[in-house]
Design a protein around this ligand. Structure first.
Ligand code: IPD
Ligand code: CA
Ligand code: CA
Length: 253
């Protein structure tokens, strides 16, 4: 299954890269005041779904743009065709395609591909986590002051209260630095490969994080909700290496 997944996500990413270069204003629609979707999001999701249905006709599918296909299989494919649509629309490189496969509710493989960054992250239940074929591990940072972390502001897009700004203002002064790249899936994969030491965000959905969270865990990292429990992303999501996860969690409880 991982071979099919890796091949499929690379094909999807290649289409994204071409389509980004010829995006038109007429390709953009609004799901909310600041929540964008393009014709390419839908095109990529339909492409992915068609390939999955051909290869695994009995499996369920959950796509960000098309929803849940059925509830009839032990297997479900969780798809974010473009994670970071705002970056994609603004001709920036920090976007990705994210696909995870769950069996009886447990993720068994996942892949995140950022075509403009040429970074392909994946992990299988029987293997470690990889970036472009090389094994990856989380960072060894042991103190917040020596760490660079990422976050995002889906909460502001959703006009949610409370939102991330209070956590941001409290935590950022404790860090070496902060990044807001624009794709939660890439943020999580950057934790997995040690380019980030931690990540947190509110108001995300399963399709934003399913693959990235699995890749982090297979790379020796930790993922939890804002209470230190497993109910992410609905109760927020925090990810870091094992040395930092509790230091970070303290600022959310
Ligand atoms: C978004 C990205 C972004 C995060 C937003 C997500 P989308 O995904 O992951 O980094 O901050 O909350 O919604 O909407 O572009 O698929
Ligand atoms: Ca997303
Ligand atoms: Ca998306």
């Amino acid at each position: 299954m991982i071979e099919f997944l890796v091949d499929l996500i690379q094909k999807a990413g290649s289409i994204c890269k071409v389509e980004q270069s010829r995006l038109l204003p007429s390709d953009v629609n609004f799901k909310g005041r600041k929540d964008l979707v393009t014709t390419v999001d839908k095109k990529i999701e339909n492409f992915i779904i068609e390939k999955i249905k051909t290869k695994y006709p009995g499996h369920d599918i959950l796509g960000e743009e098309t929803g849940r296909s059925s509830f009839s299989s032990d297997y479900v494919w969780i798809i974010d065709p473009i994670d970071g649509t705002t970056s994609f629309l603004h001709q920036q490189p920090f976007y990705s395609t994210s696909i995870a496969v769950q069996h009886q509710g447990k993720t068994i493989c996942g892949a995140v591909f950022a075509p403009r960054l040429d970074e392909l992250f994946y992990a299988d239940q029987d293997s470690g986590a990889f970036l472009n074929g090389g094994l990856i591990r989380v960072s060894a940072a042991e103190a917040l002051i020596n760490s660079v972390m990422a976050t995002g502001f889906a909460c502001l897009r959703a006009d949610a209260k409370p939102n991330n700004l209070s956590y941001f203002n409290k935590i950022v002064p404790l860090l070496r630095d902060i990044r807001r790249f624009g794709s939660a899936a890439v943020d999580l994969c950057y934790v997995a490969c040690g380019k980030l030491d931690g990540f947190w965000e509110m108001n995300l959905n399963s399709y934003d994080v399913a693959a990235g969270a699995f890749i982090v865990e297979k790379a020796g990292g930790k993922v939890c909700d804002f209470n230190g429990d497993v109910y992410f992303p609905e109760n927020g999501i925090i990810s870091a290496n094992p040395s930092l996860i509790n230091q970070l969690l303290e600022h959310f409880k």
